[in-house]
Ligand binder design. Structure first.
Ligand code: URA
Ligand code: SF4
Length: 221
């Protein structure tokens, strides 16, 4: 069986030469995403911009600088988390990713999620939000944790939205501060579940198994 690291590497290699959608035509370099194969938190943005396309790394431009600040505010380094996007190649002139492009690229994202099995998925902006939250409005659900597809997901505004709007910046900062609380709550519940079971029956639950658990109300949020 392949390790998480090997699966992520395999995805990165495929992405680097992918031509499954029209975004391959305009890219300089594809941006598979990067970070820890054992990350507890995964961040999913929209798509590479100018700087990301040049460097083949996610969130290295101005929005990335703000993301770094946000991570530091909860004592996380980039190497602690995994950061990727819904489309791995830069849309021309930074236009929105289109439906067919997100569909074409979705398999890479699903494989990354399945390899990492993060405790928490943070969607940055409305395109990654729509994968987990459907057509809900970001203004209504940002900063709230919800179980979806067996993962705990939190929708947040895109860091770029904060760059020109100081009030959004504050909202994003406040939402970020909830991440450690949510992780602590997830771990508390996991410890409770583990304590309820004889040691030999403790096996890692798959996302599918977690999906079958009764829906839980997260009292914290
Ligand atoms: N914006 C994104 O959504 N992703 C990046 O990687 C950079 C900017
Ligand atoms: Fe392939 Fe995704 Fe790039 Fe499209 S955006 S060419 S599907 S890697």
């Amino acid at each position: 069986m392949m390790s998480s690291e090997e699966i992520l590497q395999e995805v990165a290699v495929e992405v680097s030469t992918c031509s499954r959608c029209k975004l391959c035509k305009g890219r300089t370099k594809a941006v598979p995403g990067e970070g820890s194969p054992t990350a507890k938190i995964m961040f999913i943005g929209e798509g590479p911009g100018y700087h990301e396309d040049k460097q083949a790394r996610p969130f290295v431009g101005p929005a990335g600088q703000f993301l770094d600040e946000l991570l530091a505010s909860i004592k996380l380094k980039r190497s602690d988390v995994f950061i990727t996007n819904v489309v791995k190649c830069r849309p021309p002139s930074n236009r929105d990713p289109e439906r067919d492009e997100m569909v074409a690229c979705n398999d890479y994202l699903d494989r990354q999620i399945a390899a990492i099995r993060p405790q928490v998925i943070v969607t940055l902006g409305r395109f990654s939000m729509s994968k987990f939250f459907g057509s809900e409005r970001i203004s209504a659900i940002h900063g709230r944790a919800r179980r979806k597809d067996g993962y705990l997901c939190i929708a947040m505004y895109h860091p770029a939205a904060g760059l020109h709007d100081p009030s959004k910046k504050d909202v994003i900062r406040q939402d970020f501060k909830k991440i450690p609380l949510i992780i602590a709550e997830v771990e508390r519940r996991a410890a409770l579940r583990a304590a309820e079971q004889p040691a030999q029956t403790i096996v890692p639950t798959s996302p599918q198994q977690r999906e079958q658990e009764p829906p839980q109300q997260l009292s914290l949020f």
